[in-house]
Design a protein around this ligand. Structure first.
Ligand code: HPA
Length: 247
């Protein structure tokens, strides 16, 4: 049976409805994963969960050991990943609270360990990344929309920024001109590393705030946390409906 992992981000530090059967800290050739890998049952399906920012959200986006996290999941036999993330909304439809399944991304991060293929490189290791998200997983998430009672946005271009600071209004304006709809700090290199290890990867994003310059208000953590409470409740529901379709 194919194994699926959920990577939890800001606002999703655990899966409250997961019946935990095992917790293990995994050490990899790249170092330790962000947090113990938690194996359990969700709606009778076996899944693995990892909190990307560590326990207590202590690891900022640019310091996450993405290589270790992805390698650790692979070492447990995981073949599919649904990555949950908080994002800022740039374009009109991406309003706070919305749940979005991105279909494309642009990587603006720098200085992160972004590949497993640095040593003994061979030409086969130029992975195809035309479609960065796995379409089958995306479709499954989108199909589950019929079984939930909140609006799900089926496509968006995700901008991966460096963080941990939020962007300037001019930076967001540039991202919008580039064609980006949402902005987050953790989508890359996570998606590319999963592709390098031939794991299927899709993302489920919750809009936590209007991105810089897109509303008159100062962006506050209180606003972000408030929007994430409802958004992540919806994500949990969506995951429960989706898992039986993909496993
Ligand atoms: N920018 C980048 N990352 C984010 C934001 C944002 O506005 N909101 C939540 N994650």
């Amino acid at each position: 049976m194919s194994k699926l992992a959920i990577i939890g981000g800001t606002g999703l530090a655990d899966l409250s409805n997961l019946k935990i059967t095992n917790k293990q800290m995994v050490h990899t050739p790249f170092g330790a994963a962000s947090a113990p890998l938690i194996t359990g049952e969700l709606c009778s399906e076996s899944v693995v969960f990892i909190a990307r920012h560590g326990h207590g959200h202590t690891i900022p986006p640019h310091k996450i050991n993405y290589q270790a996290n992805i390698w650790a999941l692979k070492s447990l036999g995981v073949e599919q990943i649904i990555a949950v993330a908080a994002v800022g909304g740039i374009t009109e439809k991406m309003s706070p609270g919305a749940v979005v399944i991105p279909h494309q991304l642009i990587d603006y991060t720098y200085g992160r360990e972004h590949t497993f293929f640095s040593d003994d490189f061979n030409p086969e290791q130029h992975i195809d990344f035309t479609e960065p998200y796995n379409e089958r997983l995306r479709e499954a998430l989108i199909m589950s929309k019929q079984a939930v009672d909140f609006e799900l946005l089926e496509s968006a271009v995700y901008a991966a920024t460096q963080g941990p600071r939020l962007e300037t209004a001019a930076e967001i304006s540039k991202l919008e001109k580039d064609g980006c709809d949402i902005v987050g700090m953790t989508g890359m290199p996570e998606a590319a590393l999963a592709r390098e290890l031939e794991m299927e990867y899709a993302s489920c994003a919750v809009v936590a705030n209007w991105a810089a310059g897109k509303s008159k208000n100062v962006i506050t953590m209180q606003e972000i946390e408030k929007n994430l409470i409802d958004g992540m409740k919806n994500v949990r529901e969506l995951l429960e409906k989706t898992l039986p379709q993909v496993l």
